[in-house]
Ligand binder design. Structure first.
Ligand code: PEP
Length: 243
């Protein structure tokens, strides 16, 4: 398992359900990897069918998955297990993305089970949490985040083996972001006021692009970013990796 504490910033590309062989060729032709500092951990999470192709082109970047099965093995048609991911060079895996929580009805308990299986397979889970706009409007953000974070953490979780991504749902794919002050304050709350995750690495996700990445990543309490849409554009993601 990689030593996450040795990285200064962590930058995750979540390709979601996007990509093709042609896309991959063009993407890696354009992606600039030579100016990335050695203490930056860059992770690309493509659909699993592109793992092998991506792995041969990643150089200093790491391979991540977007989800895994909550089952270890057995009669679960269509599923991919954590140990199968590991056998395919996977070092990280996003779990509990809001799209999985909402489109596929995943709950904190599912996420906790998946994260536990990932740890058993020596893959670092990136656990996503985030509030809806309605919850934000009625000042429930802190309460919701605390509940999600505490209930999604597997027992063997520690600051050495789990990363948490704060992704306000209303900021994902919308072009809207909280203010820098708000992002920093929420990360400060998560890092310092929730005993169970003291010292963990926390990423911000939600409409990060090449223009705002640098100022978000330089916030005192932010350890990196999780990028959706902008990670599909090789020139933008190259800029973010350098930010
Ligand atoms: C995401 O999918 O986790 C995400 C943050 O998407 P976007 O960057 O497009 O808002």
């Amino acid at each position: 398992m990689l030593k996450i504490k040795e990285f200064n910033k962590i930058i995750v590309a979540n390709w979601k359900l996007n990509g093709s062989n042609d896309f991959l060729e063009a993407y890696f032709d354009k992606l600039v990897l030579k100016d990335i500092d050695s203490d930056i951990c860059g992770i690309i999470c493509p659909p699993i069918t592109y793992f092998q192709k991506c792995h041969s082109k990643l150089h200093s970047l790491y391979l991540g998955a977007q989800d895994c099965s909550k089952f270890k093995d057995g009669a679960y048609t269509g599923e991919i297990s954590a140990s199968m991911l590991k056998e395919n060079n996977c070092e990280f895996c996003i779990v509990g993305h809001s799209e999985r929580r909402h489109e596929f009805n995943e709950n904190n308990e599912d996420i906790k089970i998946k994260a536990g299986l990932l740890l058993d397979a020596k893959i670092i889970p990136i656990i996503c949490i985030g509030e809806t706009l309605e919850q934000k409007k009625i000042n429930k953000t802190q309460e919701i985040l605390k509940e999600q974070v505490i209930n999604s953490l597997p027992q063997k979780s520690s600051k050495e083996n789990v990363i948490i991504a704060y992704e306000p749902i209303w900021a994902i794919g919308t072009g809207m972001t909280p203010s820098l002050q708000e992002i920093n304050n929420i990360h400060e709350y998560l890092k310092k006021d929730i005993e169970e995750v003291e010292g963990y690495k926390f990423l911000y996700g939600g409409s990060v692009n090449s223009e705002n990445a640098s100022e978000i990543m330089n916030l005192e309490n932010v350890d990196g970013v999780l990028v959706g849409g902008a990670s599909l554009k090789a020139d933008q993601f190259s800029e973010i990796l350098k930010a």
